[in-house]
Design a protein around this ligand. Structure first.
Ligand SMILES: Nc1ncnc2c1ncn2[C@@H]1O[C@H](COP(=O)(O)OP(=O)(O)OP(=O)(O)O)[C@@H](O)[C@H]1O
Length: 287
C-alpha cells in the first residue's frame, strides 16, 4: 500500500452523546496512510478524544450515536461492539492514553505487562518474550532494564512510566498507534523528548501515528500533516511544515498566532486565543 492510500479511512463520521445539544464529532472525514504521522489538534472539548475513541472502536455504550458513511481500517469496517462490557480490539490499532499512572496496571510488574502483550501477539516462549521485552525497554531508552522489568508502575518516575507505556503500545506491533495527549502529564523538556521518541520509533517501525493534542506548536514540528478541530468539526488541515502559511480558518490562525515566541516578548499584552477569537475579523469569518 502506498502512503497516499488510506490505511485508516474516515468519511462523514458523526458522534452524539445522549443529552448533549450538539454533536461531539460532526461530519468528520480524513484518512491516514501507512506510516504517516498525523496530528489532531484543538482546544479542550473540541471533540478530539471522542473522535480518537470512535476510530479505535472504543465507544461501546449503545446510548452514544455513531454514524459514518465509511469507517474502515485496512479496508475492513471498524466494529463498535455495541453494548459489550469490553470493546473488541480493532486488529492493528492500539490506543495510548494520556496519563501513564491510570493506564498502566498498578499490580503487575512492567515485565508481566510486557510479556502479556508480547505472548498475546505472537506464539513465543516465555524466555523469548522476556528477551524481546528487554529489547523494547532498551529501544524506548530505559537502560536499567532489570530494575524496570521488576518494577511496578508507581516505583518509576513519570518520564519512565511514559516510556514503559510507549514500549507496551509498540510491543503489540500496531500498524496505527493513536496517542491521546501523549505528553500532557510531563514537563516541557520531557514532553519534547517523549514526542521525539514517539515519532522516531513510529517512523522506524513504519507505524502510522495519530497524535491527539492541544499543543499545535509541538504537533506541527513532529507530524507530517495536521488536522485542526473546532466544535466537533475539522475546520482546517494541511502539511504541518507549511500549516502557518496555508491555514484559512480563524480558529486555526488563532491557535498558531498564540504560540509563544520571542517576537512577542516586548508586547504589553501577549496574544491569547480568546482575544483572537473575539476580534472582529474572526467573528465575521465564523458567523
Ligand atoms: N461520556 C460523555 N458524555 C457526554 N458528553 C461527553 C462525554 N464525553 C465527552 N463529552 C462531551 O463531548 C465534547 C467533546 O469532548 P472530548 O473529550 O472529545 O473533547 P477533547 O477535545 O478531547 O477535550 P480534552 O482535550 O479536554 O480531552 C465535549 O463537549 C464533552 O463535554
Amino acid at each position: 500500500m502506498s502512503s497516499t492510500e488510506s490505511l485508516l479511512e474516515v468519511v462523514g463520521l458523526t458522534i452524539h452523546y445522549p443529552g448533549q445539544e450538539t454533536n461531539a464529532v460532526d461530519d468528520v472525514s480524513f484518512g491516514i496512510g501507512e506510516g504517516e504521522i498525523v496530528a489532531l489538534v484543538g482546544e479542550s472539548g473540541s471533540g478530539k478524544s471522542t473522535l480518537a475513541r470512535g476510530v479505535a472502536g472504543l465507544l461501546t455504550d449503545p446510548a452514544i450515536d455513531v454514524t459514518a458513511t465509511a469507517l474502515r481500517f485496512d479496508g475492513a469496517p471498524i466494529k463498535r461492539n455495541v453494548g459489550a462490557v469490553l470493546p473488541s480490539r480493532v486488529p492493528g490499532v492500539t490506543m495510548m492514553f494520556q496519563d501513564a499512572s491510570t493506564s498502566l496496571d498498578v499490580v503487575w510488574t512492567v515485565e508481566e505487562q510486557l510479556l502479556a502483550i508480547l505472548r498475546n501477539t505472537e506464539r513465543i516462549s516465555k524466555k523469548a518474550a522476556r528477551d524481546r521485552a528487554r529489547t523494547w525497554l532498551d529501544r524506548v531508552g530505559l537502560a536499567d532494564t532489570d530494575r524496570v522489568m521488576g518494577s511496578r508502575p508507581y516505583e518509576l518516575s513519570g518520564g519512565m512510566r511514559q516510556r514503559v507505556m510507549l514500549a507496551l503500545a509498540l510491543a503489540g506491533s500496531p500498524r496505527l498507534l493513536i496517542a491521546d495527549e501523549p505528553t500532557s502529564a510531563l514537563d516541557a523538556s520531557l514532553s519534547r523528548l517523549s514526542m521525539q521518541l514517539l515519532t522516531s520509533l513510529s517512523s522506524e517501525l513504519n507505524t502510522a501515528l495519530l497524535i491527539v493534542s492541544h499543543d499545535i506548536a509541538m504537533c506541527t514540528e513532529f507530524s507530517d500533516r495536521t488536522l485542526v478541530m473546532y466544535h466537533g468539526a475539522i475546520v482546517d488541515r494541511g502539511a504541518s511544515a507549511t500549516l502557518a502559511e496555508t491555514v484559512v480558518h480563524p480558529y486555526a490562525q488563532g491557535l498558531l498566532a498564540c504560540v509563544p515566541s520571542f517576537e512577542h516578548l516586548d508586547d504589553d499584552e501577549l496574544p491569547t486565543l480568546d482575544s483572537f477569537m473575539n476580534g472582529p475579523k474572526a467573528q465575521e469569518a465564523i458567523s
